[in-house]
Design a protein around this ligand. Sequence first.
Ligand code: AMP
Length: 396
Amino acid sequence: MNNKSYLIINSGSSSLKFCLFIGDKAQADLTGIAERLSTAQAEISWQYQGEKSQVSLGEADHALALKKLFSVLTELNLFDSLSAIGHRVVHGGEYFKESALITPSVLNKIEACSALAPLHNPAAIVGINAVAEQLPDIAQVAVFDTAFHQTMPEHSFLYGLPYELYESQGIRKYGFHGTSHQYVAGKAIEVLGLDKNNSGVITAHLGNGCSISAVQNGLSVDTSMGFTPLEGVMMGTRSGDIDPSIHQFLADKLNLSLKEITDMLNKRSGLLGLSGSSNDMRTLSAKAADGDKQAALAIEVFAYRLAKSIASMVVGLNRFDALVFTGGIGENSFLVRGKVINHLAVLGFELDQNLNNQGGDTFGIITTPDSRKAIIVQTQEEWVIAQDTIRLTAQA
Ligand code: AMP
């Protein structure tokens, strides 16, 4: 039994999510978030042994929030067992094909990828540096959203653009949500008893951000997100794929800057843009049930575009064993799962309505016995980060 504990940190530009795993179990023992950092309303909240606590942080930044977190861990007698810290890092570019123990050279490379993820990588670096300053002897590990997709072949990660843009600017598909796709694909292979070396699954990570991945023999061969997380399927507030000429058209017609248009595509499109009311699938499903036509339309477009993207992913596979649903929507919305499966009837899918409504059979399967399999798997992104942290620091 391993009694060491591992802290997992997900730094955003104004927030810092964290969870602590004690020993080898997949369930986090302490979870929390420091929010509105560097504003007068900064606060930290956490949950431990069923008890929720919240403390105002004044105008704390990431470093002060971490200091408070370490003092909370000390008060709870959890600090002394802290053995390593794992960070979620969004972009590893082409440098990182897997998670890495953080060294000065690794940190430089994460910095070099900041141009590719200007909102996310600098936040992760702030978190890593703040830990290093306060706990200089603790081992830190970086786990990248992009790493799992580094096995994509050239024909799937290149765009039809001048090749020199790939060479000089790194313009290519990178893909995101890698820890989730890797974990749920692995689980589905295990649960369905598939051959690890001869299997093809398509994973649909459907949360606020959504992406699809084609996974051949456990390796990513294609994915819907691209150079940024804006590409691919429609999401809560992101448009997903659109005709790139729309930028120019809107700039000319509405006198908008490129930044304003990109902002609109990231923050005011997708489910929110189409419904005109919410980016939240639970809210929209309730509204649609109450007769809100825009909410119903937003769900229809979401499900159709999703099914289309899933169907296109088949091209990357040698065989197609199962479709995997995960993320807040994938795990909970029988409405979306049902619509997607029905759109995919031509690929041999047949929904078992009862199983779908009840969240799957004991394995999570929601299709009939004769159907190609569709299965729900709960994602465990933090646990994947913790496992890599444990593995890499044990080797160090
Ligand atoms: P995530 O980013 O993985 O937390 O997923 C957030 C999305 O999952 C939001 O659109 C939620 O509305 C959606 N979601 C969570 N629970 C449900 C539910 N029971 N039914 C429908 N959508 C849900």
